[in-house]
Design a protein around this ligand. Structure first.
Ligand code: ASP
Ligand code: MG
Length: 421
């Protein structure tokens, strides 16, 4: 079994769906995970907002708009005005939900999952129907019946053991050799729909690959593979043919957008190689990520993470920051979901570089309550360079950095946003 994952950008048009068919048509024993088409998830978040505010007429209209966008694709794939019955049924269900649902009857997060999950249900149904019409036999799999999660709505955690059993059964029972499932969604053991967090489809694909013991996972994207820098930021970005899982985790952690950080773990644990392959070029190798690689990365990798804030925390009574007081600081940060990217400590001071958050004023208040004084500076960026050279060290270490951390392979610099690249 192989697993392929296609993101929303790849299937945002009829042309994209036809290209998906071209990529998969010579495969057998293939599990395909697909995201919602184009920007559908954002549009559904808007439907949810309207619905939850009690503006159900507006919500119904917003659903109709989403339907119209999909109709453009379906007209092209199936013929003008043709909507497969299964797709019709999904739009009817969604419309009915926002028309008659009572917002206060469930938690917001629960409604979120109930509404936003339609993006993937609709995209996979359209694609499954199209492939069938084109003679590519396939089995549509309802991930709400096979992906078992806890009830942490909007950020659900997958029960790998239960999922393995159900997914294996679904695959074994099907006569077809190509399976199509939704990324991003699952359900609780009692059947309530859940989602796994925005951009969660890569993770879904990794879990499918892991529980089915797939030989590989390929994520098809709008890039030639993994590059050593974001080409939108660095004009001299270069292609990397091979990476280790460790490289990939560090890249994701430092802010590289290419792979969702959660994706690597299930693959690494089962030793399944991950390919990042170009959607526009079926025969290009892309980048492979695995445990042991033959050609180690020899070029420096640069990752820029913007919207950073530096907080310097000092206890009012001059006691040591470290030891038990450190635990308090991190508990507060965790309570507000603040992601810490860099830490520097001295005898009575600690500086941290964190992702900006709307909760920062509250966090600073909390720190004050526990006897800390906080200075903070917004508008920072974190530049991470893996495998830095003396030239790069020279180029980037100037006066004006706010924090610097250096190991044998890793250089991390916090500096004002917009500093020289
Ligand atoms: N459709 C979901 C999102 O846009 C999941 C994904 O694309 O990975 O967040
Ligand atoms: Mg997406």
């Amino acid at each position: 079994m192989k697993v392929y994952k296609f993101g929303g950008a790849s299937v945002r048009s009829a042309e994209g769906v036809r290209n998906l068919k071209y990529i998969i048509e010579d495969q057998s024993e293939l599990f395909i995970i697909i995201s919602a088409m184009g920007k559908t998830t954002n549009a559904l978040e808007n439907v949810l907002d309207l619905f939850y505010k009690g503006e159900s007429d507006e919500a119904v209209k917003a659903v109709a708009e989403i339907e119209a966008n999909h109709a453009v694709i379906m007209d092209d794939l199936f013929g003008a005005g043709v909507v497969p019955a299964a797709v019709r049924a999904l739009f009817d269900e969604l419309t009915e939900t926002v028309k008659t649902g009572v917002p206060s009857s469930r938690e917001w997060e629960c409604w979120y999952d109930a509404v936003v999950s339609y993006g993937e249900l609709i995209s996979t149904t359209i694609i499954s129907e199209f492939l069938r019409a084109e003679g590519v036999a396939n089995k549509w799999i309802d991930m709400r019946r096979t992906f078992v999660t806890d009830g942490n709505f909007k950020y659900a955690n997958v029960d790998l053991f239960a999922t393995k059993r159900l997914l294996e059964r679904a695959v074994n029972e099907a006569d077809e050799k190509i399976y199509i499932g939704q990324g991003f969604i699952g359900a609780t053991p009692t059947g309530e729909t859940t989602t796994l967090g925005r951009e969660g489809s890569d993770y879904s694909a990794a879990v499918v690959a892991s529980v089915l013991g797939a030989e590989s996972l390929a994520i098809w994207k709008d890039v030639i593979g993994v590059l050593n820098a974001d080409p939108k930021i660095f004009s001299d970005a270069q292609y990397i043919p091979e990476l280790t899982y460790l490289d990939a985790i560090e890249l994701a952690y430092s802010g590289a957008q290419i792979i969702h950080p959660k994706t690597i773990k299930p693959l690494q644990n089962s030793d399944i190689p991950l390919y990042v392959r170009p959607f526009g070029d079926k025969f290009a190798p892309g980048t492979v990520i695995k445990n042991v690689i033959e050609r180690p990365v020899e070029i420096p990798i640069r990752i820029l993470k913007r919207k950073q804030v530096v907080m310097t925390i000092q206890p009012n009574d001059f006691s040591f920051v470290l030891e038990e007081r450190l635990a308090k600081i991190f508990t507060i940060l965790e309570d507000y979901n603040i992601k810490v990217n860099l830490i520097e400590t001295s005898a009575i001071k600690m500086s941290i570089c964190v992702d900006t958050s709307r909760h920062l004023p509250r966090v600073i208040e909390e720190f004050a309550r526990y006897g800390f004084t906080v200075a903070h500076a917004e508008g920072m960026e974190l530049l991470t360079i893996r495998g830095y050279t003396p030239e790069l060290l020279d180029r980037y270490i100037r006066k004006g950095e706010v924090m610097v951390q250096r190991s044998k392979t890793l250089l991390r610099i916090v500096r004002p946003e917009g500093s020289e690249l």
